[in-house]
Design a protein around this ligand. Structure first.
Ligand code: NDP
Length: 328
């Protein structure tokens, strides 16, 4: 297999372009482990890299921050030919050639052995989105969240992180309220476990209020911006929000009032540089007590490399429901 297919993005005349083409090993970034990729997945960040070039640290580049596959060669004793592995985050698909390729070459220290209890396609149905949802829930629970504390809000609920978070929380016994701009997805969100689906305008801070009626024991927030403003002003006493995304904006205006009068916690979540020791533990939980029950449902669908250019445009427009996995 000297030549193989990959999606390559590049800037031509100041415009980002992408194309599926044949490349060779000389086009891959350096790394000790060569992997025959079985599946990749599509995340919001891939759209930012491929469509906008925003997070692409080198060009041309094979994007794709997630991949699962089988080791075909390894110069590191931790991995051998035939091992099934997952690689997500770090500089994969931003500075280092990534998962939208039939073959990837990845530094050994970025690789996670596929945990027992997960198949390769399940690992990509989860991907960075599922890993991030698990980080959010674990962090909220580390800060005292239990199902008896009250309702948990998940915004951006029809997207990848949101859909998985709704389902994982439901599986763990929480009452989940899902906020979405696409109320036509209400039945889908209820099928994942949302007890109530609300329009995102109901949790958007249009008026800049410091505090409002307390409504949530906790929230998982892939949206940010004015939605996060609303959440900070409406968390219950001692409540927490896990901030993980910026799909709705990066600027947040708040005051000290909910912090000093309601004892709330604003928790930041980063999957990219997350330490390997804890990363391995979270993947083990994703294969076990945090494995979402909806993995076998239409929370995800499968595409090919050729479908990626349209899909990457659509994820930035908020048009993708749940998770998309790419079968090589
Ligand atoms: P998706 O596109 O799958 O989901 C994002 C969802 O946000 C959309 O489906 C939509 O949900 C909602 N949304 C989109 N645009 C807007 C808007 N303008 N205003 C309000 N809501 C909007 O992306 P992912 O799930 O892959 O990622 C979500 C976010 O989390 C991204 O910002 C991503 O960069 C970030 N992220 C961060 C990680 C970390 O390590 N911190 C890791 C993974 C993701 P709906 O239609 O239901 O309203």
């Amino acid at each position: 297999m000297d030549r193989f297919k990959a999606l390559v993005v590049d800037k031509v005349d100041e415009k980002m372009e992408m194309e599926v083409k044949e490349i060779g090993f000389e086009d891959l970034s350096e790394g000790e482990v060569t992997i025959k990729v079985a599946y990749s997945s599509v995340n919001y960040k891939d759209g930012m890299v491929a469509v906008k070039g925003d997070l692409a640290e080198k060009l041309p580049l094979v994007p794709g921050i997630d991949l699962a596959g089988t080791v075909i060669a390894s110069e590191d004793t931790r991995f051998k030919e035939g091992d099934e592995v997952i690689a997500t985050s770090y500089f994969i698909g931003t500075r280092h050639t990534g998962g939208f390729s039939e073959v990837a070459r990845i530094p050994a220290e970025w690789i996670v052995p596929l945990p027992e209890g997960l198949t390769m396609d399940e690992s990509m149905k989860l991907g960075t989105a599922g890993f991030t949802a698990a980080l959010c829930i674990q962090r909220l629970e580390d800060n005292g969240l239990t199902p008896d504390k009250g309702r948990v809000l998940v915004d951006g609920a029809s997207g990848g992180v949101g859909s998985i978070a709704v389902n994982m929380l439901y599986d763990r016994g929480y009452e989940v309220v899902a906020s979405t701009g696409r109320t036509e997805e209400a039945e889908y969100l209820k099928s994942l476990g949302a007890s109530k689906v609300i329009h995102r305008d109901e949790v958007t801070d249009f008026r800049g209020r410091a505090t409002r009626t307390r409504q949530w024991a906790a929230a998982i927030d892939p949206v940010g911006g004015k939605t996060l403003q609303y959440i900070l002003s409406s968390l219950d006493y001692g409540g927490s929000v896990a901030t993980c995304g910026l799909a709705g904006g990066v600027e947040v205006q708040t005051t000290v009032l909910p912090f000093i009068s309601r004892n709330i916690n604003w928790l930041g979540i980063d999957s990219v540089k997350h330490p390997m020791e804890h990363r391995l533990k979270v993947w083990d939980r994703l294969a076990d007590d945090m494995k979402p029950s909806a993995l076998e449902t239409d929370i995800s669908h499968e595409i090919t490399l050729e479908d990626l250019p349209d899909t990457l445009q659509n994820i930035l427009k908020g048009k993708i429901r749940g998770r998309i996995i790419v079968k090589m």
